[in-house]
Design a protein around this ligand. Structure first.
Ligand SMILES: Nc1nc2c(c(=O)[nH]1)N[C@H]1C(S)=C(S)[C@@H](COP(=O)(O)OP(=O)(O)OC[C@H]3O[C@@H](n4cnc5c(=O)[nH]c(N)nc54)[C@H](O)[C@@H]3O)O[C@H]1N2
Ligand SMILES: Nc1nc2c(c(=O)[nH]1)N[C@H]1C(S)=C(S)[C@@H](COP(=O)(O)OP(=O)(O)OC[C@H]3O[C@@H](n4cnc5c(=O)[nH]c(N)nc54)[C@H](O)[C@@H]3O)O[C@H]1N2
Ligand code: SF4
Ligand SMILES: [Mo]
Length: 677
């Protein structure tokens, strides 16, 4: 499929490839073979022509002088970032030669792939790469850095990543944005909520930080980090006590409402107020609003689940809509993620059958530990579509691991990222506009297609192409390594397991650009839980070693005084764009939000340079003092590039403990002390 790349000029439909729920439809303008403008596609049913500023500035990134054009080989010290240009043949031979040696002497398990969703294309993120590493017999990576604790927690209640259709939320009369900074991270949910607001809906934000979303809302409820489960239980307590529950729905559609009613008796507003920092009268107010306004919709964000108790937190919040029977109302319910509606044939795409022996699994949140483990060492690391030197917790451990002389590291990226600076071989990646792929949103219900708009930049190659070359270099003869992108898309879309995909084909996507996965009605006859109902009491949780009822557990205490939340920011996407001047200028500088009280106690004024530290590391930021956060917590925004001369690696402070569920990350559960510099 030549795509549009053969044409010199025109406006071509595309899709945003970034790890963002909105997955916008785009129109890409091309003049003389170069992308000159990226705008929203007004025809896209959900995103309707609006896109964020980050991606409007995408041409700057595509043609940034720093973009990689050729494969590179390290010539300087590890981590010095000194490289020389080599050819693709040399690069593939170096990599496969080294891997053949490792396999002969230490076994393929000494090789570890590390990737995430820098490009959400299903072929780029979980296609030929998975086939390759399955066949190789490499160690397996548990990709749990993002939403896995919350996804597992939500599934205990609802059975899978299924929630309210966001398009229906225009009908909601109460919208609770719970730990989601949607103005920055899910802008079209805001557009929909604004429409609902015009029809009289109230918008409530529950967050640890008065962020852009809290500023925009009708009511902001500030809460102490990691205490949301207690707030949800306090709301349930009042709903039961004041008979604001939908008894008929509870009887018909749920399991365990009697047990839950008894269980929530102890979560009185007074007790919950002490735990959460939310005044008791506000707990009454939000519970009564939730109990009387319908339809009500809760958009559950990623923030509350990046904690040690994150899985249980989301499990608990996700019980709320059942109490008031919201799942039967158009625009009612909750949404954590909707990926199950668009599930494709992952087995056909990834070929787990190529695994000959079940190899060890390494949790990506423990990358630093894995690289420093001497008993079962990782000898080679292959990083693609991710920047672990910046985004992984315990950043100093990760960097110490990457510095190991005996670790053979390959990084495939568009830029010489902080991680790539530690590599032995660097490979240039083609952008999503230079590749063929299909995209499935984890928020709305549309599949989209990307055909190449421009030719690959310099000698860059897509993930699929590189893994084809690596497979050939390793001498793999299976047919699946010769599959074209079109073959792979057809295989993935052929998925009898998901009735919503029934009518969706490659041809349909090529013709229409976006297609909706079959309409669904909530509640389905039978939910994918063991009982087929909403499980307020879950035997499955009991079996898995969790309390069967929603429960609040305090975060583990670290000896430092301030809870530290290193959150994402508006103009970067994780660490993507943190190396692009335009985006950096918009963000100005990394800031530390702190309460006046905590600042005064430490002699810190607004605008001061401060250092925060703990046993894991330290970081320097500019203080933003005020009432944007409760006393006892501090918050930074953005995964900033850790440039020479700066000390702004926020993840040097975040713990690499594993959350209660799903192997999740606990970025927001660390503690620090702060001092004026
Ligand atoms: N502009 C922009 N957009 C993005 C991203 C980005 O980096 N920048 N990242 C993308 C990715 S990968 C993801 S996963 C999503 C994430 O986007 P969101 O779902 O919005 O999640 P976060 O931004 O991580 O955190 C949301 C909020 O949770 C708050 N928070 C932290 N701890 C707690 C807590 O214990 N309780 C409560 N109630 N709130 C808490 C933080 O203050 C923050 O405002 O956004 C995607 N979109
Ligand atoms: N402190 C803190 N840390 C966090 C978070 C937080 O909220 N706070 N959020 C966490 C979350 S939710 C997530 S999802 C992770 C995200 O972490 P990452 O997945 O590492 O995300 P990015 O930093 O955006 O890095 C993606 C990289 O992929 C590259 N890339 C893009 N397209 C392609 C391609 O087609 N091929 C190849 N080979 N490379 C490509 C980009 O250039 C970029 O360098 O970060 C986590 N880390
Ligand atoms: S980053 Fe998100 S909001 Fe921005 S264009 Fe991409 S999908 Fe849309
Ligand atoms: Mo994420």
């Amino acid at each position: 499929m030549a795509g549009y790349s053969e044409l010199e000029n025109g406006v071509f439909p595309s899709v945003c490839s970034l790890d963002c729920p909105d997955q916008c439809g785009l129109l890409v303008h091309k003049v003389n073979g170069r992308i000159v403008k990226v705008e929203g596609d007004p025809g896209h049913p959900v995103t309707q022509g609006k896109i964020c500023n980050k991606v409007r500035n995408m041409p700057e990134r595509l043609y940034d002088g720093k973009r990689l054009q050729h494969p590179l080989k390290r010539i300087g010290q590890k981590g010095s970032g000194k490289f020389k240009r080599i050819t693709w043949d040399q690069a593939i031979e170096e990599i496969t030669g080294r891997w053949k040696e490792l396999i002969a002497y230490e076994g393929a398990e000494s090789i570890l792939p590390y990737s995430f969703y820098g490009n959400m294309g299903n072929l780029a993120a979980e296609g030929m790469d998975r086939r390759f590493f399955n066949r190789l017999g490499a160690s397996r990576l548990e990709r749990s850095i993002c939403n896995s604790a919350g996804a597992v927690g939500y599934s205990y209640t609802m059975g899978g990543s299924i929630g309210t259709d966001p398009e229906e939320t225009v009908h909601s009369k109460l919208i609770i944005l719970w730990g989601v900074n949607a103005v920055s991270t899910n802008m079209h949910q805001i557009v929909l909520a604004q429409k609902a607001r015009k029809n009289g809906a109230k918008i409530v934000v529950i967050d640890v930080h008065r962020n852009r979303t809290a500023d925009w809302a009708d009511w902001f409820i500030p809460i102490l980090p990691g205490t949301d489960a207690a707030l949800a239980l306090g709301i349930m307590h009042i709903l039961f006590k004041e008979q604001l529950t939908d008894e008929e729905f509870l009887k018909k559609q749920t399991v365990g409402h009697e047990e839950l009613r008894d269980h929530t008796a102890k979560y009185t507003p007074e007790i919950v107020s002490k735990i959460t920092g939310v005044p008791a009268e506000d707990i009454y107010k939000i519970a009564r609003m939730y109990g009387t306004i319908s339809p009500s919709f809760i958009r559950i964000g990623n923030g509350p689940q990046h904690h040690d108790n994150g899985g249980m937190c989301i499990r608990t919040i996700s019980c709320l809509p059942a109490l008031t029977g919201q799942w039967t109302k158009k625009g009612g319910g909750a949404l954590k993620g909707n990926s199950a509606f668009l599930a494709h044939n992952a087995a056909a795409l990834q070929r787990p059958d190529l695994v000959k022996k079940q190899t060890r699994v390494i949790n990506m949140n423990s990358l630093g530990q894995a690289l420093l483990d001497e008993k079962q060492p990782v000898r080679s690391l292959y990083v693609y579509s991710s920047n672990p030197a910046v985004v992984a917790p315990e950043g100093n451990k990760v960097r110490q691991g990457l510095l190991r002389e005996d670790l053979f590291t390959v990084v495939h990226d568009l830029f010489l990222t902080e991680t790539a600076a530690y590599a032995d071989i660097v490979l240039p990646a083609a952008s999503s506009f230079e590749s063929t792929d299909f995209y499935t949103s984890y928020w709305h219900h549309y599949l989209q297609i990307q055909q190449p708009v421009i030719k690959p930049y310099g000698e860059s190659k897509s993930n699929v192409e590189v893994f084809r070359l690596l497979a050939a270099g390793m001498g793999f003869t299976e047919d699946c390594f010769h599959d074209s992108e079109e073959d792979m898309i057809r295989q993935a879309l052929d998925h009898p397991g998901n009735p919503h995909l029934k009518s969706i084909t490659l041809e349909g996507l090529l013709k229409n650009q976006y297609l909706r996965a079959g309409r669904h009605s909530f509640l389905p006859e039978k939910l994918p839980t063991p009982s087929g109902k909403i499980e307020l009491y879950s035997k499955r949780m009991e079996k898995d070693g969790h309390p069967p009822l929603p429960t609040y557990t305090a975060l583990p205490d670290e000896k430092f005084p301030l809870q530290f939340i290193p959150a994402p920011n508006h103009n970067f996407l994780n660490s993507t764009f943190s190396n692009n001047d335009k985006h950096i200028n918009l963000e100005k500088a990394p800031r530390l939000f702190m309460n006046k009280k905590d600042a005064e106690e430490r002699g810190i004024s607004h605008g001061d340079r401060v250092k925060i530290w703990n046993d894991r590391g330290s970081c320097e930021l500019t203080a933003s003092v005020g009432n944007d956060i409760l006393p006892g917590a501090v918050l930074s925004m953005g995964l900033w590039a850790d440039l020479p001369g700066t000390k702004q690696l926020v993840n040097s402070l975040s713990p690499d403990r594993i959350a209660d569920m799903g192997g999740g990350a606990v970025f927001f559960s660390g503690k620090v002390e702060a001092v004026k510099l």
